[in-house]
Design a protein around this ligand. Structure first.
Ligand code: MD6
Ligand code: FE
Length: 212
């Protein structure tokens, strides 16, 4: 067992149902980055269009049996990459393993994701406040892994008007989010310029979900 003091440092409750596991992905960061390279060589990062007609500043791709997409007709999960009309690349077993372990540590045993959205932020890219609500069953948590440049994560409440906390997320950090926090509003402030030694001038984020 890990001593309590260490656990205390590594784990930070953001709210009831939302936990930050600091540095939890560090031991496998190079494997995660190599897998993201392989996935994005098959289904490249692209900046999708919102239903309102705006192009997102964050570039996205997916792996898993379904992937999150947006276009003029709405947000949804799709089994095929719409740019290539092929299935999304398979989710590497180590991805699902990492997400399942993190979820279990946060109190959500048995999490088995079918979707992994991969976000790529370049300096200036941001994600405005939103709820994750395109999934079928909100009893499943969301697991989010941060790699590369640090970002300020905004974590709010169940109403858009609840003033969000600002949580710095760094390379290797994992946020698990479920239960009473599952529909909390959240976003990412504009990425500050910088260079990460392994990832370069980017932030990569993996968000694992059970969509179906
Ligand atoms: C990001 N994350 O960190 C975007 N959603 O790049 C999310 O939108 C998110 O981190 C639900 C739960 C955790 C998250
Ligand atoms: Fe989200």
């Amino acid at each position: 067992m890990m001593p309590d003091l260490f656990e205390g440092d590594a784990r930070q409750a953001l709210d009831e149902g939302a936990v930050l596991l600091r540095g939890q992905a560090l031991p496998i960061d190079t494997m995660l980055l190599a897998a993201i390279e392989t996935i994005s060589s098959q289904s490249p990062f692209r900046r999708m269009t919102t239903p309102g007609g705006f192009q997102m500043s964050v570039a996205m791709t997916n792996c898993g049996s379904v992937g999150w997409v947006t276009d003029r007709s709405g947000y949804r999960y799709a089994a095929r990459d719409p740019d290539r009309d092929t299935p999304w690349p398979a989710m590497p077993p180590q991805f699902a393993g990492l997400a399942g372990d993190a979820a279990r540590q946060a109190g959500f045993a048995g999490f088995s994701p079918d979707a992994c959205l991969i976000n790529c932020y370049e300096p200036g890219a941001r994600l405005s406040l939103h709820q994750d609500k395109d999934e079928q069953d909100y009893r499943h948590p969301v697991v989010s892994v941060s790699l590369g440049l640090p970002a300020i994560f905004q974590f709010g409440g169940l109403r858009r008007t609840d003033r969000p906390q600002r949580v710095p997320l760094r390379h290797g950090d994992i946020v698990v989010w479920g239960g009473p926090a599952r529909l909390a509003y959240h976003g990412v402030l504009a990425l500050k310029d910088g260079v990460h030694p392994l990832v370069g001038r980017r932030r990569l984020n993996l968000t694992f979900r059970k969509a179906l």
